[in-house]
Design a protein around this ligand. Structure first.
Ligand SMILES: [Zn+2]
Length: 476
């Protein structure tokens, strides 16, 4: 009797295993060149290869045939663990089956990739990351949270079937081992492209973690020539400040504008916000945060048009000039004062410290040598913004998504009524921005690894994932 029970169970386990393998094959097919998910090729291939490696390991460790009941139980829960991990990614890819989300997420992914790629390339060029450590373009998805966030920040998630914090943390660490960083944006950004530069900030968090900048950043903050009390707070905010710097290096004034809109709240909140050295909050107060980003833009000459710029850029340079200053002017007029003004004097010291640092993983390059938004970018964004508002076609040269998103923000701040009345959002998403995305897969250029080599490494990495699942049985 026991024999026949286990016989059925073993058949079942084989079905579970095969079902997942054939699903992986289907997804890989859908991500082939010219197929619908071509842009997700490296993400889908690498995740499913690693999970296939984990499935192989389950078979090797447990023996595929003739399991007794106890080991078949372990076998089953291990497969369930793989299902859970895959389902976490699958739902994000599957959302793109809907044409509506497909377009929106495709352009958001393109911005995330534009913000991530130069950092990854710098680390690859410097030969500082191994094949198995290399991660693919970030995957953007929608979340119910009010603010955008990156999975990389160690936030705890509760995926289906996982109920305790410890299990969720373990799930996080397994997800982090997989080669695709995730960026969540709030659902309500769905119809408001000008909020998009927040993605650049979230990619900043991923860049800090993926390229192991945290330790060096900590050294920078430790060495700042500031009074201890104030230094303590600046240090507490260091990961958020880094992500803000990255956001500005990616999208220039577009980032500050988007942030200034996102941080709007009641006057009493902005005027009363005060943080003490022992407060756990990782973000500076709203006003201080904006002033920090404003100082960064000033440093790169992105708040004042260069003299030669006035003629080149447009027939109404004053419009651009006042547009660039508009967000902070509005904030100062609306909120008038804040409680952290003592910290304003530190901003340049903090910026000097971070921007003069040469980061090891980037081959000792400074941040602004890895990522930069300069006057040429701003000029191109402004011209594209005007084309957007006039409903004109974008130029072929408008294919840089950091510039394009900045253009969207400039268009929105410049003529909000035209932006709304002419349904610019719909035009941009459905035709103009999508049309600017180059054909082909993401993530493959500048990589010396062959596809076979990569597959081998990923399948081997799957065995490690299996060990994590097995040694932490509570997750399954
Ligand atoms: Zn952040």
């Amino acid at each position: 009797m026991a024999d026949s029970i286990i016989l059925y169970r073993n058949y079942e386990l084989n079905f579970h295993d095969n079902a997942l393998r054939s699903e992986f094959a289907e997804w890989q097919k859908s991500a082939a060149a010219n197929a619908k998910f071509e842009k997700h090729n490296s993400q889908i291939t690498r995740i499913t290869d690693q999970l296939t490696g984990a499935l192989d390991e389950i078979k090797i460790k447990n023996g595929a045939q003739d399991l007794d009941i106890a080991s078949s139980q372990v076998h089953q829960t291990s497969i369930l663990g793989i299902y859970r991990i895959w389902s976490y990614f699958r739902e994000k890819f599957a959302l793109r089956e809907s044409e509506h989300f497909f377009n929106l997420l495709k352009i958001a992914d393109e911005l995330a990739w534009a913000c991530y790629k130069p950092a990854r390339q710098a680390a690859l060029d410097a030969k500082k990351i191994k094949v198995e450590e290399r991660r693919e373009p970030p995957l953007v998805y929608f979340s119910g949270n009010i603010s955008p966030f990156a999975l990389e920040r160690g936030l705890t998630f509760f995926p289906e079937g996982i109920e305790t914090k410890a299990d969720a943390r373990l799930f996080d660490s397994i997800l982090f081992k997989l080669p695709v960083p995730l960026v969540a944006i709030p659902w309500f950004q769905l119809n408001h492209l000008p909020a998009g530069p927040a993605i650049a900030h979230e990619v900043g968090h991923i860049v800090e973690r993926d390229f192991q900048l945290t330790e060096q950043l900590a050294e920078v903050f430790k060495a700042l020539d500031l009074p201890d009390e104030r230094k303590k707070l600046w240090t507490r905010w260091s990961d958020e400040l880094f992500a803000d710097i990255w956001g500005t290096l990616c999208c220039g004034p577009g980032y500050l504008m988007a942030l200034s809109e996102y941080l709007i709240t009641e006057s009493s909140v902005v005027q009363g916000e005060k943080l003490k050295p022992d407060d756990e909050e990782h973000h500076p107060t709203r006003m201080l945060r904006l002033l920090f980003n404003e100082a960064l833009l000033k440093r790169y000459g992105l708040l004042t048009l260069p003299v030669e710029g006035s003629n080149v850029v447009t027939d109404d340079p004053d419009d651009l000039q006042s547009l660039l200053r508009q967000p902070m002017k509005r904030w100062r007029e609306t909120y008038e004062f804040h409680q952290m003004d003592k910290y304003e004097q530190d901003i340049e010291t903090v910026l000097d410290g971070v921007l003069s640092q040469q980061f090891e993983l980037f081959g000792r390059k400074k941040l602004d040598k890895v990522m930069q938004f300069d006057w040429e970018d701003l000029k191109a964004s402004w011209l594209a913004a005007r084309r957007m508002l006039l409903g004109e076609k974008l130029k072929e040269s408008d294919s840089d998504f950091r510039r394009l998103y900045t253009a969207v923000v400039l268009a929105w701040f410049y003529k909000p009524e035209v932006y709304v009345n002419n349904s610019i959002h719909k035009q941009l998403v459905d035709v103009r921005l999508l049309g600017q995305i180059p054909k082909g897969k993401r993530g493959h250029s500048g990589i010396s690894t062959s596809a076979e080599e990569q597959k081998k490494t990923d399948i081997a990495a799957g065995a490690e994932l299996f060990d994590m699942l097995l040694f932490n049985r509570t997750v399954v």
